[in-house]
Design a protein around this ligand. Structure first.
Ligand code: ADP
Length: 497
């Protein structure tokens, strides 16, 4: 209640004005590109220009690395309690400014305002979690083979972290990486996505107010064309000891290759191709609600989204009809319009991909029970779509849709569907709906994915490990495991005692 009252007391318009920064943040200074260049950022709903931020490259990234490296000498040695207090203050400030942060996010990313606020508050929980975890980075004491030796294991911060984040969760992808890094004693150079730099910069304003010291958290902004230069500078610099990336598998592979020469630790949260299986025994209402939630959330632009929806023969037709009815009632519109459930897709590339994938499926025999085309609300709006009659020749089987399209495949047996579900190079999330307890364990343990939702699709929370297997990535974010990604294990052996 106290929190809610505080938020209400804020003047959102003046908060937005204060939080929208048109400069990058390097060594505690609001900084321009060396040559003064900027790039424009647009509202995906209206196509209007929101503003411009510095178009930085390798030189500015090196300056940020130098600042982070200098700051690490002190920050890495602060008491965990001190780091925890600063992170906790950051958490409080994010909660207090949730309305303004949500408005900024909706403006640059398009998602509905309540959803944006949900992301901000969920991200704040991640900051709080890692504020708490900062004081629980325990080591070990190992029983030795002889009396005059002792072995102690200590966890130390990795050092300077290079973090690169995507546009689909402009705030939450940052609050998953930066707080655990800072909690562990690392310093960070962050490159946010070119589509959504303002949410990142707003977090830095609040981080500065929370007392994060100069150079501990740096943000380098850059355009699509300059992203490889920034990534190249981060990965080639031996002072950067860790790369934490969320984005496409293609870019993740580039960054991993580039990190080889300096043997950096990497965490990669990459693409997915999540299967959803609805067995005949499922509670069909729960399954429909789950698929709806996934396809509405962020207009289906999430890496853990339902890409291939396998429905068992006995309930396939009923499921398809009922899902189509639900999809017909979804309000698509501007994110700041009351009642909007699905906003625009992020950009031209995003909408082109959805159009191409649906055209491909329809051309190969799929049927659109609902939707199946762009909407006339702006350039990037796509109708909530249900496709039936999907088969393995269609591109959707192998490619992430990243749009509000539910693609339904019919199946007969558990063996057949588990084989199909696992027949992909990806392994981020998988979901299934089943009323059979033995099947729940059997299938959950057989699906090749880092995360499995059983009769539930909301699998992403700060307390649970998030990450994939196979080409969906390496490492975990969130939970007690998330902080380990930013720690090195040091073994100290005392001999001749
Ligand atoms: P998406 O297709 O979802 O935009 P990307 O993997 O292209 O995913 O982008 C995720 C993040 O990676 C963004 O911040 C983007 O600017 C950045 N990025 C893209 N290409 C490179 C690259 N070659 N090196 C470093 N960062 C990159």
């Amino acid at each position: 209640m106290a929190q809610a009252q505080k938020t209400d007391a804020h003047n959102v318009a003046s908060d937005i004005k204060r939080l929208v920064k048109d400069k990058a943040f390097v060594g505690g200074q609001w900084a321009c590109a060396d040559n003064g260049a900027t790039f424009d950022v647009f509202n995906p709903a209206t196509g209007d220009k929101i503003g411009a931020v510095p178009d930085m490259g390798a030189a500015e990234t090196e300056a940020a690395i130098a600042a982070a490296h200098d700051a690490f000498a002190t920050w890495g040695k602060t008491a965990p309690k001190e780091r925890a207090n600063i992170l906790y203050k950051w958490y409080e400030l994010i909660v207090d400014h949730a309305d303004a942060l949500a408005a900024i996010m909706t403006m640059e990313q398009g998602k509905p305002l309540p959803e944006a606020k949900g992301e901000v508050l969920g991200g704040a929980e991640s900051v709080r979690w890692f504020a708490e975890e900062a004081r629980r980075i325990y080591g070990d004491f190992i029983p030795t083979n002889n009396q005059n030796t002792r072995i102690v294991v200590e966890k130390q911060p990795v050092g300077v972290v290079g973090a690169i984040t995507p546009w689909n969760f402009p705030s939450a992808m940052i609050t998953r990486k930066v707080p655990p890094a800072l909690a562990a004693g690392c310093t960070v150079v962050l490159k946010p996505a070119e589509d959504t730099p303002f949410s990142a910069l707003a977090l830095a304003v609040l981080g500065e107010e929370a007392g994060i010291p100069k150079g501990v958290f740096n943000i380098v902004t850059g355009s699509f064309d300059n992203a490889p230069k920034i990534g190249g500078a981060l990965t080639s610099d031996s002072r950067v000891r860790k790369i934490s990336f969320t984005g496409s598998t293609a870019v993740g592979k580039i960054l991993m290759k580039q990190s080889v020469d300096t043997v950096k630790k990497v965490s990669m949260e990459l693409g997915g191709n999540a299967p959803v299986i609805v067995f005949d025994s499922a509670d069909i209402d729960v399954a429909i609600k789950g698929v709806m939630a996934m396809k509405c959330r962020n207009a289906g632009q999430t890496c853990i989204n339902a890409n291939r929806i396998y429905v068992q023969d006995g309930i396939y037709d009923e499921f398809a009809t009922r899902l189509s009815k639900e999809f017909a009632g979804i309000k698509v519109g501007y994110g700041d319009e009351a009642g909007t459930i699905i906003g625009p897709l992020i950009n031209q590339k995003g909408i082109d991909k959805v159009v191409d994938l649906v055209t491909d499926a329809l051309g190969k025999g799929a049927k659109a029970l609902q939707g199946g085309a762009k909407l006339d609300l702006g350039d990037y709006f796509y109708a909530p779509t249900v496709l039936t009659g999907m088969n393995n020749d269609m591109r959707i089987t192998n490619e992430e849709i990243f749009g509000p399209v539910a693609a339904l495949y019919r199946f007969k047996t558990e063996d057949e569907v588990v084989r199909a579900a696992n027949d992909t190079p990806f392994g981020l999330a998988a979901y299934f709906f089943s009323g059979d307890a033995a099947q729940q364990w059997r299938v959950a343990e057989t699906l090749e994915a880092g995360m499995v939702g059983v009769n539930e699709v909301m699998i992403s929370q700060e307390i649970a490990p998030f990450g994939g297997v196979k080409e969906s990535g390496i490492g975990r974010e969130g939970s007690k495991y998330g902080i380990e990604e930013f720690c090195e294990i040091k073994c100290i052996l005392f001999g001749n005692l």
